[in-house]
Structures are given as structure tokens and as C-alpha cells.
Design a protein around this ligand. Structure first.
Ligand code: PLP
Length: 450
């Protein structure tokens, strides 16, 4: 399948940053919160497909999609047209207090698409938010409300957002929590099974060890009858793009069900086609009780949602709402996004994602800095190590590779302590993958030579 967008060979007109970018950054630094973490001086001006042009006319191949958001490619003409048309009709009316059709149109799609036990699809309900953290926050509140229980379980390495509830579930980096205590109490964390880092003899044992930690919690500190929900990323994102063992999520859910605990899948990053299925849960046969989505749902407009069975979403009028959540313009962008995903982008993501991993494995055979290549669809991680036997994390090398890619015109991000994250727009072509992987290999070779 071929998607129409600008050819994506990087083209650098100036040294980086160029003069306009340098001026914009100086201004930004005077004005903006210092809490952001920009790794390199990209000042984006416009985007098309997998290309970002900066304020000096330099063109970059984008393997970040604005942190796994612009799945249909930057400014896909059909998304732009849908936004234009809706913005001439109605920009806002607040779904909290009024009805408008784009919200229920989108809810119908999400209810149809969310994994379900056969025969229960029509029983789904949707709540809209503006972001991933808000979706997680809504799921947190709904799980408490529905179960009338207070405790939560989440995973080390998990990232669920920055608001107080979501941050309490987040177990990713200490800098995200330092100085913000007290967080929401009664959240406990266990290890996410990490097949590459585990010394377990098999994938089954790797998963079983995490579940053993859950059993220990239940025996020692956390009465399972008091646990409302378990939050899990079906493919851990921020923590390092870690694919869990095949049976892990279903086994986790079996334990949850045994104790009347809700299984909440945070698909904010892994959902909406990124992994080659609409939801990553589908790869594992998982039917979550609540699903959180955001990021890729509306191709760049701020929108999030939770989807749950109607019997779970039993909170009464007034119990939870948001002025902007489910904005009509964001909803039509999401509906058009879903159409594009179903018309071929999901299968394309699966196919090009496999190709990307295959190419990266070829690079790994030549570059000993690469310890592991893993992922699903176009959510692919490359973990860098100083030594393949000891698996010592190559964190500063990872940062240097991201820099070296930027200097060659490829936009990359890291995740975890030492992993390169590949989350390009889902429209990325095999030719663009070839261009990007070649740059990554050059960057790795340069960093390794130092
Ligand atoms: N959940 C996951 C899995 C995420 O990856 C993120 C963001 O990276 C969030 C939640 C938070 O989303 P947002 O930044 O839109 O609040």
C-alpha cells in the first residue's frame, strides 16, 4: 500500500540549529516552563506525511510522530478537511452539558472496536477526555466508584501520565515524582515482565515471576478484596517498549477476576493501530474491563477516552465530566483517523513494522551496541548495551545516538534508560524505513567508534 505524502529523504539547508531555530529556542527558554525535556533543537514549522520541516527550511524524517500521536502522518489531507468542515459548523459546546452528534458518532466507533467477549459489544460506554493522563484519571475514578474499593496495582516502568492519580500509578522515573508527594495513597507496584532482562528459563517463568510478586502483595500488604483495579500497558511504552510474554496478560486478568478486580489496559500509546492491531490487547487475546486511549486517536488533536462495559460505567450524572473532553473538532478528526486505520493503515503498520524489525536485526548483526530489537507493529524498541553478556545499559550512548540521528536529519526519541524508540507515523513506507535505519546505523557506528 502506498500513501500519498512528500518524499522523505532528509534535507538539511543549514547547520543545526539554524538561525531561526536558535532565535526561537532563545525566546522559548525565556518564556516556557523549564520542566520540558527537549533532547535536540528542533523547532517544527510544518509537517506532511513522515516529514517535518523546521523554521529554517530543514527537512527531517520523523520517526517520532510527535510521541506516537500523528499516526495518519502529519496533516493528512482527509484529517485536515474533516477539521476544516467541522470548525465551520461548531467549535465547542461542551459534551458535559449539551448533546452534539460527533461525540456519539465517535463513541459508536470506539464501542464497536474495543475488544469484547462475543455478544457484548453493544454494551460498551465511552467517556471522553482531553489527554492520556485524563483518561487514566477517569479510569482510576471509575474503578474506585464501580468496585467501591480503594487500592490500585500498577507496574514498575509503567507510565500513565502526570496528574496526581496518573502519577501515583506511574512507576517510570523518580524525577517524575520527586517533590510532588503526597501522591494518591494505596497504589502498589510490581515488576513488569521483561523477557530481555529476565534470567528466567522461559517466557512463562518470566511472566510467572511478576505474578508471584502480586501474590506476595496479596498475602502481605494488600488485601485483594480492597483492590479496585490493576493498570497495565499491554506493551510497556515509556518504560522501554517491552513486549510481555504471550500469556502474561491473560494470566494477570485471571487473577484479577478471581478477586473481583478490574483489569485496566492503558492503551494510550499502544492503541489505535500502532501495533498492527487496533488495540495491542488483541495480540494477547486480552479483553480489558476498561481501556484508556489518547495519543493516536485524533491524529494530533487533543482527545482521550475510556471505554468500558455499561455495567462498569455506572457512575451517576455529575460524578465525572470535562468542559473540553470530546470536543467536536477532535471527535471528527478521530472518526476520520479510524476510517483511515480501517481502510488499510493498520495492516500497513503490521507489515512495515515487521520490515522495520527485520532491518534493525540486520543492523544488530553488525553493531554490537544493540542488545535487543523488539516490538509489535510500528512500536519498536532497540535496546543499547555496552556488553551483550552483562547487558550493561548504554544510556549515554543512547542519548548520543538520538543526537547523531538528529544531526543527520532523522527525528528519534528514547524510552526507558537505554532504548531507542521507533514510533513513526503509520503511513511510513518501506523506502522511508530504509532511509531511517541507514541513518540509525551510521549514528550507532559513530557513537560506538567513540
Ligand atoms: N499512558 C501512557 C501509556 C502514555 O504513554 C502516556 C504518555 O506518554 C500517558 C498515559 C499520558 O498521556 P498524556 O501525555 O496525553 O497525558
Amino acid at each position: 500500500m502506498r500513501f500519498q505524502h512528500a518524499p522523505a529523504a532528509p534535507f538539511l539547508k543549514t547547520a543545526l540549529p539554524g538561525p531561526n531555530a536558535a532565535a526561537a529556542i532563545a525566546r522559548d527558554e525565556r518564556l516556557m516552563s523549564p520542566s520540558y525535556t527537549r533532547s535536540y533543537p528542533l523547532v517544527a514549522e510544518r509537517g506532511e506525511g513522515c516529514v517535518i520541516e523546521d523554521v529554517d527550511g530543514n527537512r527531517f524524517l520523523d520517526f517520532t510522530a510527535g510521541i506516537a500521536v500523528c499516526s495518519t502522518g502529519h496533516c493528512h489531507p482527509r484529517i485536515v478537511a474533516a477539521i476544516e468542515e467541522q470548525s465551520r459548523k461548531l467549535l465547542h459546546m461542551s459534551g458535559t452539558d449539551f448533546y452534539y452528534r460527533p461525540q456519539s458518532d465517535l463513541a459508536e466507533h470506539l464501542a464497536r472496536l474495543a475488544p469484547a467477549e462475543s455478544g457484548t459489544q453493544s454494551d460498551k460506554r465511552v467517556f471522553f477526555t482531553n489527554s492520556g493522563a485524563e483518561a487514566v484519571e477517569a479510569a482510576f475514578k471509575l474503578a474506585r466508584y464501580h468496585t467501591k474499593r480503594s487500592q490500585m496495582i500498577a507496574f514498575f516502568g509503567g507510565f500513565h501520565g502526570r496528574t496526581m492519580g496518573a502519577l501515583s500509578l506511574t512507576g517510570s522515573k523518580v524525577v517524575q515524582r520527586r517533590g510532588f508527594a503526597p501522591l494518591v495513597p494505596l497504589v502498589s507496584h510490581i515488576d513488569y515482565p521483561n523477557p530481555y532482562r529476565s534470567d528466567a528459563a522461559s517466557l512463562e517463568e518470566c511472566g510467572a515471576r511478576s505474578l508471584e510478586q502480586l501474590h506476595k502483595l496479596f498475602q502481605r500488604t494488600v488485601p485483594p478484596s480492597e483492590v479496585a483495579g490493576i493498570f497495565v500497558e499491554p506493551l510497556q511504552g515509556e518504560g522501554g517498549y517491552i513486549v510481555p510474554p504471550p500469556n502474561f496478560l491473560r494470566e494477570l486478568q485471571a487473577i484479577a477476576q478471581q478477586h473481583g478486580i478490574l483489569l485496566i489496559a492503558d492503551e494510550v500509546q499502544s492503541g489505535m493501530g500502532r501495533t498492527g492491531r487496533m488495540f495491542a490487547s488483541e495480540h494477547f487475546g486480552l479483553v480489558p474491563d476498561i481501556i484508556c486511549v489518547a495519543k493516536g486517536i485524533a491524529s494530533g488533536l487533543p482527545l482521550g477516552a475510556i471505554i468500558a462495559r455499561a455495567e462498569i460505567m455506572n457512575w451517576p450524572p455529575g460524578s465525572h465530566a470535562s468542559t473540553f473532553g470530546g470536543n467536536p473538532v477532535a471527535c471528527v478528526a478521530a472518526i476520520e483517523t479510524i476510517k483511515l486505520l480501517e481502510e488499510g493503515l493498520i495492516t500497513h503498520a503490521a507489515e512495515v513494522g515487521d520490515y522495520l524489525q527485520q532491518k534493525l536485526r540486520e543492523v544488530a548483526a553488525r553493531q554490537p551496541l544493540i542488545g535487543d530489537v523488539r516490538g509489535l507493529g510500528l512500536m519498536v524498541g532497540v535496546e543499547l548495551v555496552r556488553n551483550r553478556v552483562t547487558k550493561e545499559a548504554a544510556s549515554s550512548e543512547r542519548d548520543a545516538v538520538v543526537q547523531a540521528c538528529f544531526e543527520r536529519g532523522l527525528l528519534m526519541l528514547g524510552c526507558g534508560a537505554n532504548t531507542l524508540r521507533f514510533c513513526p507515523p503509520l503511513v511510513v513506507t518501506k523506502e522511508e524505513v530504509d532511509v531511517g535505519v541507514k541513518i540509525v546505523e551510521e549514528a550507532i557506528a559513530e557513537v560506538s567508534a567513540k
